[in-house]
Design a protein around this ligand. Structure first.
Ligand code: SAH
Ligand code: DHB
Ligand code: MG
Length: 222
């Protein structure tokens, strides 16, 4: 099978999964629509992956979730729906405009009481959270700049408890993760390697299909 055939097949499978569970409800569709209108890049998780995030958080019985990289709040809405009424999702975002769009999307979804978007460089925000003893979180979802992943993992380890989940998005990236000359790829491989080697973590890389193959790294703190 050549590359073009594989691409078509991936697209067809992706579409099949989308159709199976779709269409999403109005709040999720509106979040995507307003993110597009706001000029945000279309790099949110897929509907199916959003469902996976919610499923993981629900299965973990999560009450407190930390997200690194908010964009328009699409994944945040999925996560927040997994939480009880008095649950908390803190989401970190460097771009003021992204954060504004996200807050609006979250508000329309009726989740403002659960979701707090913090604006700033996640490296600094995480350091402040560690200083202020804001942990532990039950689930941490890392989905900001890929170069930052190894450091985000280190910070995350200081904001968890035994049983917490640490998730890393885009850890396959259509195979570009294999490219030894690319800095984002190197950082992602370093992130995956650390998870594989850390005796405090039990993890996997779960390949996910979209138009191409990507992956979600899932690790449980022991
Ligand atoms: N989780 C979102 C997608 C996040 S895209 C979803 O699936 O819906 C990545 C986001 O990380 C972008 O909005 C980008 O502005 C933000 N980002 C990039 N570098 C960052 C940093 N250093 N600190 C905080 N956010 C950052
Ligand atoms: C990119 C970033 C993401 O978080 C993602 O899910 C897909 C693509 C990107 O920077 O290209
Ligand atoms: Mg991502």
């Amino acid at each position: 099978m050549n590359t073009d055939d594989t691409r078509t097949l991936l697209e067809e499978i992706d579409e099949y999964i989308d159709d199976l569970f779709g269409p999403s409800d109005e709040a999720l569709e509106a979040a995507l629509r307003d993110s597009r209108r706001g000029g945000l890049p279309e790099i949110n998780v897929s509907a199916n992956q959003g469902r996976l995030l919610r499923l993981l958080a629900e299965t973990a019985g999560a009450r407190r979730v930390l997200e690194i990289g908010t964009l328009g709040g699409y994944s945040a809405i999925h996560f927040a729906r997994a939480l009880p009424e008095d649950g908390t999702l803190i989401s970190l975002e460097i771009d003021e405009h992204h954060a504004d769009v996200a807050r609006n999307n979250v508000e329309r979804a009726g989740l403002s009481d659960i979701v707090e978007v913090r604006v700033g460089d996640a490296h600094e925000l995480l350091e402040a959270m560690i200083q202020d003893d804001e942990g532990p979180f039950d689930v941490i979802f890392i989905d900001a700049d890929k170069e930052g992943y190894p450091e985000y993992l280190e910070a995350s380890m200081r904001l968890v408890r035994p049983g917490s989940l640490i998730l890393g998005d885009n850890t396959i990236r259509g195979g570009t993760v294999l490219d030894p000359t690319e800095e984002t790829a190197r950082a992602t491989r370093e992130f995956n390697r650390r998870i594989a080697e850390d005796p405090r973590l039990y993890g996997i890389v779960l390949p996910l299909i979209r138009e191409r193959i990507d992956g979600l790294t899932i690790a449980r703190v022991s």
